[in-house]
Design a protein around this ligand. Structure first.
Ligand SMILES: [Cu+2]
Length: 153
């Protein structure tokens, strides 16, 4: 089978899916180890405190924007000794402590999908969203619009 490109006139109105490299790091924010730095956290983590049984971590970045049809090459960096996970409606990955995990994900459908870490002590704070823009919305966009969508600006 040949692999010829369609004529330019045929591609002018169609979005060509991209492969996007996305690195997500799991970052501790208000965790028990931070009590030494922030003494006010001690009552927060105590029974009845606002963070009782919880710790606050973040996915960085927490909002990922791509275009429908794009392939995401994820690199997850978990630099600490606590395990995490990355869970989308149709993708679930364990992120062991002090590890780098790679995964490939195809954003097949436009929409906003929440993702989270499934470890109970990290919920509901450790979450984010995958924003998949409709391919049709990019068809006539100038090149810089696509870059802005990727960078979230
Ligand atoms: Cu977690």
């Amino acid at each position: 089978m040949s692999c010829t490109r369609p004529a330019p006139s045929a591609t002018a109105s169609a979005y060509t899916p991209h492969v996007r490299e996305v690195t997500v790091t799991t970052v501790p924010l208000l965790v028990k180890e931070a009590v030494h730095l922030y003494p006010f956290l001690a009552p927060d983590f105590a029974p009845g405190g606002v963070l009782a049984g919880k710790e606050v971590y973040a996915f960085v970045p927490s909002t990922i924007t791509v275009i429908e049809g794009d392939t995401i090459h994820f690199t997850f960096v978990n630099p600490e000794d606590d395990a995490h996970s990355f869970v989308l409606p149709d993708l679930a990955l364990a992120l062991p402590g002090q590890s780098i995990t790679h995964a490939t994900y195809v954003a097949r459908h436009a929409g906003i999908s929440p993702f989270l870490c499934s470890i109970a002590a990290h919920l509901p704070m450790m979450s984010g969203q995958l924003v998949v823009l409709p391919a049709a919305s990019m068809a006539s966009a100038p090149p810089h619009a696509e870059r802005e969508a990727r960078d979230g600006s």
